[in-house]
Design a protein around this ligand. Structure first.
Ligand SMILES: *Cc1c(COP(=O)(O)O)cnc(C)c1O
Length: 416
């Protein structure tokens, strides 16, 4: 059992709240950097290893800059993400552009930036040719369909909209080769929030075997495989984090057996993890606004599902700590809610917590990925600030909270 202790005390948060009212997201820089270094160390055997941080998990330039300093690139899938990478100074092959149903202008932008383009479909080869041109280096996304089991969030691969079939993959590389493409990569991503470390070793096995088969049949040389994202995190205290040293050494053994022994070395290993890089290191901090006792007990927060929609969207568990009451018995059962006019606006349902008082500060754990990022403005809710807890203990605002002016900025009241 993990204890799930926030890296700050109630007194510290009270000081932060004096300047930055709740709700806000707070990211722990030190923990993010330590985790990033552990990941890189787990793959130090590889000829080259690079993590392309999946920007969508936490699209903030300050977070991206931290990862840039740790040697990461950026995995982008939209115009905004490409532009954000550019403005952080992440360009060229430090960008992996893994998109789907891609608009022409996004391919052109990716090509302008010199990004590695990872195509989702065989028809995107001519589409890219017309919109930005074929690059010298190209990557295709593989969907193994019925050849591989998916998992709960992403579903069965054959029902997933992503990627080339196996047959299309062979044809696609042949087409690209005949059009003069010289450098090749292979990508897959068929799971999301997966906690079984063996799953990722098996994914590497699958990609390495494909690299060998395609190289032999088509006579091309692969530069890299991209293992994608989907690395899970232990949202529940009883879950176990993925042992990345175990994954790294498992993939190293697979590399020796499937790549090195077949003369296909060197092959770079890339990843595009989002959740595992920021998820556990981000906290949604909110206050108890109202306590309500009807058919159930409700604790209404000043945050709502527009700050974190995973519980409402997936029924996801997010651990909750009540600051200053960590040691108390969890003897009262609450639904912890937001204020949206939607009954699924609940951070937790029937959750045992210490007895709450109005004004209590609650910390919702594991909100660093797909948290603020998934925010929205339904019901006129404004998106919250993002703060960075720096290594020296100071706090820096890395995104201000939205104002009503932001909310109204796309409306023209003058035409009424
Ligand atoms: C979402 C996504 C990722 C990151 O997924 P995580 O679950 O956050 O690791 C990586 N690659 C692609 C193509 C994605 O869509």
């Amino acid at each position: 059992m993990q204890t799930k202790t926030p890296p700050f005390t109630r007194a510290q948060i009270e000081r932060i709240i004096e300047k930055h009212p709740t709700p806000f997201h707070l990211y722990d820089e030190k923990a993010m950097r330590q985790n990033a270094r552990r990941l890189v160390a787990a793959f130090d055997w590889a000829p080259e290893f690079r993590e392309y941080f999946a920007v969508k998990a936490c699209p903030n330039p300050h977070i991206m800059k931290i990862f840039k300093e740790e040697g990461f690139g950026a995995d982008c899938s939209s115009m905004a993400e490409l532009c954000m990478a550019e403005r952080v100074g992440i360009t060229g092959e430090q960008i992996m552009f893994t998109s789907n149903d891609t608009p022409a202008d996004e391919f052109r932008k990716a090509r302008d930036l010199g990004a590695i383009v990872n195509l989702d479909d065989i028809t995107h080869i001519p589409f890219l040719e017309e919109n930005g041109g074929l690059p010298g280096l190209i990557c295709f996304r593989y969907n193994p369909g019925p050849l591989r089991e998916g998992n709960a969030i992403i579903g069965h691969p054959e029902e997933a909209k992503y990627g080339f079939t196996r047959d299309q993959l062979f044809r696609g590389y042949k087409i690209a080769r005949d059009k003069g493409v010289k450098r090749f990569g292979l990508h897959t991503m068929i799971a999301s929030n997966e906690l079984d470390p063996n799953y990722f070793v098996e994914t590497a096995d699958m990609l390495f075997d494909l690299v060998a088969e395609i190289s032999a049949e088509i006579g091309i040389r692969f530069e890299f495989v991209n293992l994608g994202g989907g690395f899970g995190i232990p949202y529940r205290p009883e879950q176990q984090a993925i042992d990345m040293e175990y994954v790294g050494s498992g993939i190293a053994r697979s590399y020796d057996a499937r790549i090195r022994s077949k003369g296909l070395h060197p092959l770079s290993i890339y990843m595009e993890s989002g959740r595992m890089m920021t998820g556990p290191y981000g906290y949604l901090v909110a206050k108890v606004l109202h306590l309500k006792d009807t058919y159930r007990k409700y604790a209404g927060l000043d945050a709502c599902m527009s700050n974190l929609m995973r519980p409402a969207l997936y029924g996801a568990y997010h651990h909750i700590t009540v600051l200053g009451k960590e040691g108390r018995d969890k003897d009262t059962v609450y639904d912890v809610t937001g204020s949206l006019c939607e009954n699924n606006d609940k951070f937790a349902i029937a959750r045992p917590l210490p007895r709450l008082e109005v004004g209590d500060i609650v910390v919702i754990h594991d909100a660093g990925a797909h948290g603020h990022a998934m925010g929205f403005n339904y019901n006129g809710k404004l998106r919250s600030a993002e703060l960075l807890l720096r290594e020296d203990g100071s706090v820096k605002q890395i995104r201000r909270a939205e104002t009503l002016d932001d909310y109204f900025a796309t409306l023209d009241f003058g035409e009424l």
